[in-house]
Design a binder for this molecule. Sequence first.
Ligand code: ADP
Ligand code: ADP
Ligand code: ZN
Ligand code: ZN
Length: 863
Amino acid sequence: MNRRPPQTDRDAAESIRIRGARVHNLQNLDLDIPRNRLVVVTGPSGSGKSSLAFDTLYAEGQRQYIESLSVYARQFLHQLERPDVEVIDGLPPTISIDQRAGRHNPRSTVATVTEIYDYLRLLFARLGEALCYRCGEPIRQQTPEQILAAMSALADGTRTMILAPLVRGRRGEHKEVLASIRKAGFLRARVDGEVIDIEDPPELARRKPHHIEAVIDRVVIRQQVRDRIAESISLALRHADGLVLVTHEEKSRRGSIWHDDLFSTRYACPHCKISYEELEPRTFSFNSPYGACPKCEGLGVPTMLEDQDAGTTGESKRRRLETFRGKVVCGECGGSRLRAEARSVRIGGKAIHEVTAMTVADVRKFFDQLRFDDDDERPIAQPIVAEIAARVEFLEKVGLDYLTLDRPAETLSSGELQRVRLATSLGSGLVGVCYVLDEPTIGLHARDNHRLIDALRNLQARGNTVVVVEHDEAIMRRADWLIDLGPGAGRHGGRIVVEGTPGDVSDADESLTGDYLAGRKKIPLPRRRRVAKTRSITITGVATNNLKQVTVRFPLSALVCVTGVSGSGKSSLLNETLARALVRRLGGIAAKPGPFVSLRGAKGIDKVVQIDQSPIGRTPRSNPATYTGTFDEIRKVFAGTRDARRRGYKAGRFSFNVKGGRCEECQGQGQQKIEMNFLPDLYVTCPVCEGRRFNRQTLAVRYREESIADVLDMRVDDAAVFFENFPVIARLLGSLQEVGLGYLTLGQPSTMLSGGEAQRVKLATELGRVETGKTFYVLDEPTTGLHFDDIKKLLDVLGRLVDLGNTVVVIEHHLDVIKTADWIIDLGPEGGDAGGYVVATGTPEQVAAIDGNHTGRFLRAVL
Ligand code: ADP
Ligand code: ADP
Ligand code: ZN
Ligand code: ZN
């Protein structure tokens, strides 16, 4: 059933018209998506939501965008696959904000990702008050008269030289500089402190830093030479672009020494005579040599740590630096990453790194109070501060008030990162754009959901189309338009079950989504709760990040839910402390846990399994088949075929990771990377193997008609049938199906899995192992990417693990999961410093009965 928006002429122009969409599993879809509306695409996982939103809408939007770009970018256009769709028109420029996007740059912070840092730099450059980093005096510009007065103040009879500094500590041979001095008619220069005849310049070592000054004048101080000095100073200033270096002789019993004073009509400390570069935005950039701390090169940690890692891979180096971040800081810049000149510029009494060290909430207060008294300053400050305020307010609105602006992007959870990136879009003020988002509610407590929805509304109301792939009921109810895909996954999905307003969808009894929205179906409450058990693990005095020395008891052989608003300390407690401490207690290897006092009850378990949302691999070389171990078994099947034995192919021949059977053109990747200047890298299909990853000979080997590449293209559901006679493969694939991943293809590169999918691949791998019944599982928002109906299946799987005696601890916001828990540990009451306490523990009924508890309030509605 298709309910179309009313088709008047005006409406036709106001919708994105899609005809014949056949990307992946989409079944030749025709639909009109209303423009400038909040549109939610929903449906069971694998039904085709991303295929429609990302691989059709966004892909075509990006293609049309590149078409409009430079000639350089356009030459790759023919290689960008056109999505398989007959017609898309009325599509505005598209911007995607998804969770899959990388976060590789270790220098990215909340401030840089949101562009708040760009505006801060601008503000500090335009209006900052510079202080001398040595004496704290305000930096001033000097007039030539002031320079002259300073020189005249030297005692009569003092020998001086007036020099034009041309090279200050720059590497190179500097041949042109020396030639230019001669051409300008000067006779002498001072090179690295030595006065030389310019006709006979020394050879300079190219790799060493040098100082070169043209000697303008040599003069002995007397009242009568004032005019001559004035002229020489202005000559030097002209040649050295506003700088003049005066050196004078000081006699002492030991002999005489020459003393340099640098003056500047630009910026200098009147006291210490240190000259400063004029403030520019780059002065405050830790990614630029002008702003970065010279010692740590803008990383904030001692380079010594970096050096130790020379030769190790980027990944392990990153992890090592991660371990040290915040614990060991660069001695020069104190971890601020900036050079001294940048650190001593202030606005409202604070330096830029002091502003970024504040939380979002404090930054907002800071700018609220900031006043620019000067009439010249206000018009400059006002628009810059407005840009900063818009972004900061947005971050606050979507529940990220507890983040500090200098928090490295790579330490953020995927939901936090997505909301941070959303702030950039919102702040950008673009209009007429189509935003495509992937589950922006991840990581958000029910309390903060409406704030996110308001923000999306805001984005829409400004004249943008907002297309959101979501499973969250609250967003669905407040959408203008719902597109419900299904009915099943993969081949069984790819159709529009119903489209229309939320009311239309609720009324459609052929729609699973409608069934849940209307309450015809719901996730049932468990018949009994398993809390009577006495065994438990107790950790005391936990003080990691914002945790306030909390003591927490986790009942064993139970489904335990850790809840609380974003930033309340859930992952600090579980991931950064308890899990690590338990692993170490059991003799395993784990990063150092956060501070705690004691840990009791670990004897009740024999294994800790942490299943998070990090990718199962960082390259396209890992996929569900390789990660679960299924691929090893499948390769054995191929090596066992008559064909393979006749040719002498062993299992290794069927790997795309080693030489032999793979396509060497792309080294088994199936695609090649093209680096685009200023644009994200582009991947194009390998022209030799056409994306099949193996060479011709390998592909010639078939098992029941299918080649190894065909098998990698199979969906888990199909492969389970295809390999049903191989018990190990069948068991591994069965676990993938159990966690609702039957729709994935075996070879889907890990880089194309969402965080939630990656987590479920890991969960399936665990399920495929032999059970002990004494495992302690830790999961971070396992419902990510799951439709109501999938959540039911996931809860069955988790319940089974618990029934076997295992303990499952999940961080969750989804009320249907929380209400099913045996035990709840609620942290809060707020995020950041205002959180970090245990505010409630008990069964869902007990927590719901507590007054003034955020989680309890929402639980009451579903119990
Ligand atoms: P959803 O977003 O609803 O979870 P997807 O759009 O990701 O679903 O997937 C829909 C179907 O298309 C699934 O069967 C999936 O395996 C398949 N699919 C997804 N990505 C690809 C791809 N790159 N190549 C081939 N099939 C794909
Ligand atoms: P939750 O999991 O409940 O969302 P977290 O445990 O991630 O909360 O965060 C709790 C507090 O600790 C927040 O104020 C957060 O900003 C802070 N925090 C978490 N990780 C780090 C880190 N690596 N560096 C600094 N602060 C952190
Ligand atoms: Zn000074
Ligand atoms: Zn190839």
